[in-house]
Design a protein around this ligand. Structure first.
Ligand code: HEC
Ligand code: HEC
Ligand code: HEC
Ligand code: HEC
Ligand code: HEC
Length: 252
């Protein structure tokens, strides 16, 4: 997973992390440099693949549900600086003269890019909330602080997280005066995490009545199909539709 927002950008090579040895081992350093240069070449290749006009063949997979009509540039924004400055910055990084790599051609897709069309101030699971320290273990398991952790683009799907991802944060759930025929406490005790989305949506964007009987919950197979891009188990009416007409400045 690329940590687009929190880390600023993905590091080019795992070897670049903490590779500042006090007793320099030349072979390791050579390997680290090689890996950095390899990353540099891969990034360069991407920069050229993304040049306008070649968009139809360069996307790494089918667009996700609902995104078929979007321009590549609605998510892939230009990185700051000229290509020449970007190359110079990355060469400096590869040589150890710069702390972090620079984005090439296009910068990593960020939450902001998604939210510029999918702004939902009422979101019951806003990504920014999951930067809080108490979500550290959920962050390790799921990276819920980023949209693309659960909606990996170019995978021809709608949701790419597991149906039962709720376990990461709700394992101590207790609902006062629980209205369910099979209470939440029993669902949690029996590890029935695949039932949750059968009654609840995730962002609270669907106008819906939450069922109270387990037999009225959408079955897991229906949820899995919805995740894969199939028909929705939730009512069609949304509180907020995506905005396709957002102002698209070159950079903000
Ligand atoms: C809805 C947003 C969105 C749209 C539209 C989109 N992409 Fe992407 N794309 C992503 C995300 C998210 C990634 C994951 C890597 C990242 O964060 O940059 C990605 C990754 C890529 C990568 C691989 C880059 C890497 O570092 O792994 C390429 C190449 C790419 N997209 C090309 C395209 C092309 C070509 C189009 C237009 C046909 C397009 N994308 C449209 C969101 C989008
Ligand atoms: C240029 C605007 C735009 C951007 C940027 C954008 N989307 Fe979308 N997205 C749409 C539109 C339009 C739809 C079609 C469904 C609709 O009208 O709500 C859609 C659909 C979706 C759906 C499926 C909704 C459904 O009910 O089928 C998901 C999930 C989604 N987007 C997530 C994302 C994520 C995550 C990002 C950032 C990587 C992103 N979007 C970036 C406009 C955008
Ligand atoms: C922890 C996982 C997770 C994260 C992080 C996440 N989503 Fe979702 N998202 C889901 C799940 C699960 C669904 C399917 C249930 C539903 O439709 O509510 C969904 C559904 C959607 C939908 C379609 C239904 C709707 O609400 O309109 C859109 C659009 C969407 N997500 C956009 C986003 C955007 C934008 C972000 C980042 C701001 C984001 N998601 C972050 C899990 C996630
Ligand atoms: C990364 C952590 C995290 C994950 C994963 C997560 N939740 Fe939540 N959820 C929260 C937090 C935090 C709240 C707010 C509770 C509070 O304010 O005390 C919440 C609230 C809710 C609420 C109550 C919302 C309201 O407005 O009353 C529901 C329902 C819910 N979550 C369902 C789910 C379902 C279903 C899943 C699995 C798809 C899920 N959650 C996954 C953290 C998470
Ligand atoms: C049969 C339907 C159903 C299933 C399955 C279900 N819930 Fe609920 N849940 C409800 C109803 C009804 C409420 C009462 C509040 C409401 O109407 O949203 C509720 C309330 C909640 C709340 C809010 C608690 C509060 O104090 O405000 C959370 C969080 C929650 N559920 C999470 C989950 C999780 C996690 C799972 C999976 C283990 C789950 N639910 C399974 C129907 C269901």
């Amino acid at each position: 997973m690329r940590e687009a927002d929190s880390a600023g950008r993905a590091s080019v090579s795992p070897l670049s992390v903490g590779s500042r040895p006090s007793s320099p081992n030349l072979r390791d350093r050579g390997r680290a440099l090689g890996a950095k240069l390899g990353g540099l070449l891969a990034a360069l290749a991407l920069a050229f693949v993304l040049v306008p006009g070649q968009e139809h063949w360069s996307a790494p997979g089918s667009m996700n549900a609902g995104h078929g009509e979007l321009a590549c540039s609605s998510c892939h924004r230009r990185a700051p600086g000229t290509l020449r400055q970007q190359i110079q910055a990355n060469v400096r990084y590869a040589l150890g003269l710069r702390e972090t790599p620079a984005d090439f051609g296009h910068r990593a897709v960020r939450n902001r890019d998604c939210v510029s069309c999918h702004e939902r101030p009422f979101d019951r699971h806003p990504v920014s909330r999951f930067l809080e320290p108490r979500f550290a273990s959920a962050r390790r398991a799921l990276s819920p602080e980023q949209c693309v952790s659960c909606h990996r683009e170019h995978s021809g799907a709608r949701v790419t997280a597991p149906v039962g991802a709720c376990v990461q944060c709700h394992d101590r759930l207790s609902v006062a005066a629980d209205p369910l025929d099979v209470p939440h406490a029993a669902l949690v005790r029996d590890g029935r995490w695949n039932t949750c989305l059968g009654c609840h949506d995730f962002h609270g964007n669907h106008r819906m009545q939450t069922p109270t009987r387990l037999r009225d919950a959408a079955p897991e197979a229906v949820l899995t199909r919805y995740f894969g891009g199939g028909p929705s188990p939730y009512p069609a009416e949304l509180r907020r539709r995506a905005d396709e007409t957002r102002a698209r400045g070159d950079d903000e």
